[in-house]
Design a protein around this ligand. Sequence first.
Ligand code: ARG
Length: 586
Amino acid sequence: MRSTRSLSDSVAQAVTEAMSTALPPQVRDRDPLVRRSDHADYQSNVALSLAKTLGRPSRDIGGLVADALAAAKDPVIARCAVSGPGFVNITVPDAVVWSRIAARRADARLGVGLPLAGRRIVVDYSSPNIAKQMHVGHLRTTVIGDALARLLAFLGATVIRQNHLGDWGTQFGMLIQYLDEHPETRWRHDDPDTTITELDTLYRRARAAFDADADFAHRARARVVALQGGDAETVRVWRDLVEESRRSFRSLYERLGVLLEPGDDAAESAYNGDLDAVVEDLTRAGILVHSEGALCVFDPEQSGPESRAPLIVRKADGGYGYAATDLATIRHRVRTLRADTILYVVDARQARHFDMVFATARRAGWLDDSVRTVHICFGTVLGPDGTPFKTRSGANVPLSRLLDSAVARARAVVADKDPTLDEAALAAVAEAAGIGAVKYADLSASRVKDYVFDLDRMVALRGDTGVYLQYAHARIHSILRNAAPADLRAPIDTTLPLYRSERALALLLDDFTHVLADTARAYEPHRLAGYLFTLARTYTEFYENCPVLKAPDPALRANRLALCALTGDTLARGLNLLGIAAPQRL
Ligand code: ARG
C-alpha cells in the first residue's frame, strides 16, 4: 500500500515554493488556496487574500507568483497564467494526470493513505432501547454512525464502536411487573421481529396501566427496587427482555448492513458499578451541589442557576439516571478504552445534555486537552407534512416497516426497468436498492438539517439517489465484462492526450483522497455522498462523449477502460464507506 499524492497537493506545494521566492517572508507560509477551476485544472486564489497585507493590487501579486511558478519548471505544472483580479490558473501536464490515475488504479486502496493511523476513536451510535422497536428515530444515528465508523477505520483509525443500549431505568419495573401480573402474555416468538413487536405493544399496555392505576404504579416502582437490588426472578425476566431485544436489533442490523456486533454492545447497565465512583470524583472536584435532595452539577457560566436546569447526577430517591451513565461513559472511554476522540451520534435535541456532560467531564478531570468529545448531532426525519415522521395514529414508525416499504417501492422500480429478472434476482436487487435508497437519502442530506422522508424520490432512478449510484456502478461493470481481457490488463499509456471529458473525470477521481479527509474532518457523510453523485454524473458525460469499447486505437481503449475501472472502484469504495451495497449487476 502506497498512498498517491493528490494533484491538488502537488500543485499547492509548487505554488507554496513559488510564493517563497516571489513574496516577502511574512506571507510565505500562507495557504496557497488551490482550488479546482472552471478555466484551467486548478487555480490559486492566494493573491486576492494578500492584497491588503502587502498593500499591492492583487493582480500584481498574482503576476509575481505566476512568474515564479513558470520559472521553477515544476514537472506538475504545464502552464500557468494570471486572470481577472489575480487568480493564478494552472494546468497540469496530461502525462502527470495519467500517471496519477495509473498509480491509484494499481493500489487496492485507490491511493488513499492512512492519515488517522494511531488514533483511537470511539463512535457511540444506534443505541436503541430494550423492549422497544427501533423506529425512524434510530435510523439516522445508526446510518450516520456506521458510515463514520467505516470511514474513520478506512483512514487508519482504531475505531471502537459502542452501542449504548438503553437497558436500565424505571420502565423495566413497569414492564416486569406487568408481565408478572399477566402470565398469559406470550411475547416470545421464533421470529425476532415478531418478538419485538409484541414487546412494543406490551410496553404500551404497561405504560397505560402505570399512568391509569396508582396501585400498579406503586408495585412497578417496587419492582425497580427489586431489579436494582438483584432479586433473582426479576433479574431473570429483565435478562430475557434484554437478550430477545438484542436478537431483534441484530437481525435489523444485518438487514441494514450495519457493522454493529454483539461485542459492540455497551449497555447502560454496564456502567452501574461505576456510578458511585462518578459521584466520588465529582465530589472531590467540588462541583456537586445538593439541591432538593438530588445531587446536581450547575453550569458555572450561568449566574442565575434557576435559568438553566442543572445536570442531575443522582435523583432525590437515590437513583441514577441517563446523565450519570453518560458521565460514566466518558470516564470509561478515556481511561479504559484509551480514546483520543469520542463521538456521540445522537439527535440534535440532546445537544444541551451533551454540552453539560462534556463540560462536567472536563471539570471532573476525566477529559484533558488531548481528548476530544463531539456530539455528532443530526436533524429530524420529517413526514410529507413537514412535522416529525409518524404513523397515521401518531405512533413512531418502526424501522423494519419503513425498510419493508422502501424495498417494495424499489422492487416496482427495478422490475419496471428490467422485466427479465427472475424472482430471486428481483428480490435481491430490490432489497439492495431499497435499503441503499433509504441510507443514501439520509446520508446525502446535510446531517444537521431535518429532511422529509419521501420514498418515491428516494428510489428514483434519476437524480441524487442511491439507486442512481448503484446503477452507475453496475453499468460500469457491464462495460468491463464486455471488454477484452488484454485491453483491461494493458498499462495506461501516459503519452496520450487527455480529452476534455476524460480530464474532468480523471481530476475528480484524483480528488477522492481529499474528499475522504474532508468528510472525516467534518464528520459529514454528505460530503462523500455529494462527491459520488458528481462522480457518477461526470462519468456519464465522459461515457457519452468518449467511446470506450469502440475506441479506435487499442491504447486509447485501454486508457479509457482504466478510467472506467477506477470510477467503478471509487464508486464501490465510496458506497461501501457509506454502508451501501454496490452489486456488480442490477
Ligand atoms: N437510548 C437513547 C435513545 O434512544 C440514545 C442514547 C445515545 N447515547 C448516549 N450515550 N447517550 O434516545
